[in-house]
Design a protein around this ligand. Structure first.
Ligand code: BTN
Length: 326
C-alpha cells in the first residue's frame, strides 16, 4: 500500500507543469486541507521545493537530490517501465527483492534500485562489487510474452541499451563482450544478469539486473580488479548524476523493448553485432567442462554464441566465459 505522502508526491509529479488545487488533492486523497498543508511542510523539510499559490493550488518546483523511488520517477518519460519504483538504501541484492516481488504478483515494468548491495551477484556465481552510491544497481521485473528459450535475447537487448546510453549520453566508445559485459577501453564497466521463472513453454517472469560502475575511483575497486574494471568517472574524469542516468536507461530500455516485441530480435542482433567485441577473431572459451580456442563467428537468433568446437565443427554456446588474446 502506498503511503498518503507518496500518493501526494505522485499527484504533484503527475501535474508538474500546472497547479493542482487543495480541493482536488483533498478529494483524491480523502484527507482535509489542513492535513495536506501539514504533508507539504514535511516534504519541504525533506528538500522538496513546493510552490503554493492562493486560488491556484500547489506544484513541485524541485526534488531533493537524494535518490528515492519518487525522485527517480520525477520527470521520467516512460509508459510502463518504472511506473512502480522501489528504492532501498541497502539491499543484499536487487535480484533477491525483485524475485520476491515478482512472486507476489508485482506488475510488469516494476524497477528495484539499491544505494548499495551487500551480496550483489553476477553471472556464473560471481560476486558483484556494489559499493554505496557509486553505481547503478537495479533490477527490472518483466513479464514478456515470449518463449522461455528466447529469454537470453533480453540480456543481449539490455546490453545494446547500455551501449546506446554510454555512447550517446556519456560520450564513450562502448564494446559488448558476449553475452553481457559492457567494456570501455577493454575494461568492464557494466554487467547484466537475467534470471527467470518459467514452465516448459511459458515465462512467469524475468528479473533483469544491471550493474553499472558510475562514480568509482580506482580505490573503490578491490586491487585484483584494477586492471579489469573501470567506471564512467574513471573514463571521463567527470562525476555523473545517478538519477539522470537511470532515467535515460529506463527510457531507452522501454523503447528498445517495444521495438523488439514489434519487430523481433533481428534489429537487436544487428545492433549487438555492431558493438560486439572481437567478432570474427580468435577467442579463448571456457565452459564448465572444457577450455579451448576458436573463432567468434557472431551471435545466433536465440542469442547464443556462434563458434567452433575443439574439433572444428560449428556450434552454439549458451553458457560460457570468453576471453581474448591481446
Ligand atoms: C555480470 O556481469 O556477471 C552480471 C552483473 C549483474 C550485477 C547486477 S547489480 C543489480 C543486480 N543485482 C545483483 O545482485 N546483480 C545485478
Amino acid at each position: 500500500m502506498q503511503s498518503t505522502r507518496n500518493k501526494l508526491i505522485d499527484i504533484l509529479s503527475n501535474n508538474s507543469d500546472t497547479y493542482i488545487s487543495g480541493q482536488a488533492i483533498s478529494e483524491q486523497l480523502q484527507i482535509s486541507r489542513s492535513a495536506i498543508w501539514k504533508h507539504m511542510k514535511e516534504l519541504e523539510k525533506d528538500g522538496y521545493v513546493i510552490e503554493g499559490k492562493s486560488k491556484r493550488g500547489y506544484r513541485i518546483l524541485e526534488y531533493p537530490n537524494k535518490l528515492s523511488g519518487n525522485t527517480i520517477k520525477w520527470g521520467l518519460e516512460t509508459e510502463w517501465l518504472g511506473k512502480e519504483i522501489i528504492y532501498k538504501d541497502t539491499l543484499k541484492s536487487t535480484q533477491i527483492l525483485a524475485h520476491e516481488l515478482a512472486q507476489g504478483h508485482a506488475q510488469h515494468g516494476t524497477v528495484v534500485v539499491a544505494g548499495e548491495q551487500t551480496q550483489g551477484r553476477g553471472r556464473m556465481d560471481h560476486t558483484w562489487e556494489s559499493s554505496k552510491e557509486k553505481g547503478i544497481w537495479m533490477s527490472f521485473i518483466l513479464r514478456p510474452e515470449i518463449a522461455p528459450n528466447q529469454a537470453p535475447q533480453l540480456t543481449l537487448l539490455a546490453a545494446t541499451v547500455l551501449a546506446e546510453v554510454l555512447r550517446r549520453d556519456v560520450g564513450v566508445v562502448p564494446m559488448i563482450k558476449w553475452p553481457n559485459d559492457l567494456l570501455i577501453n577493454r575494461k568492464k564497466c557494466a554487467g547484466i544478469l537475467t534470471e527467470m521463472q518459467a514452465e516448459q513453454d511459458q515465462i512467469w517472469y524475468v528479473v533483469l539486473g544491471m550493474g553499472i560502475n558510475v562514480n568509482h575511483t580506482l580505490d573503490d575497486f578491490p586491487k585484483d580488479l584494477h586492471s579489469r574494471a573501470t567506471s564512467l568517472k574513471l573514463e571521463t574524469d567527470k562525476t555523473w548524476e545517478i538519477r539522470d542516468l537511470i532515467q535515460k536507461i529506463l527510457v531507452t530500455f522501454e523503447r528498445t523493448y517495444n521495438t523488439y516485441l514489434d519487430n523481433g530480435f533481428s534489429v537487436i542482433k544487428e545492433r549487438w553485432e555492431k558493438d560486439g567485441f572481437r567478432i570474427g577473431e580468435q577467442i579463448k572459451i571456457k565452459t564448465l567442462r572444457d577450455k579451448w580456442e576458436a573463432p567468434f563467428l557472431g551471435i545466433a537468433e536465440d542469442g547464443a554464441l556462434q563458434t567452433k568446437t575443439p574439433n572444428g565443427e560449428e556450434t552454439k554456446l549458451y553458457s560460457a566465459e570468453i576471453d581474448w588474446f591481446s
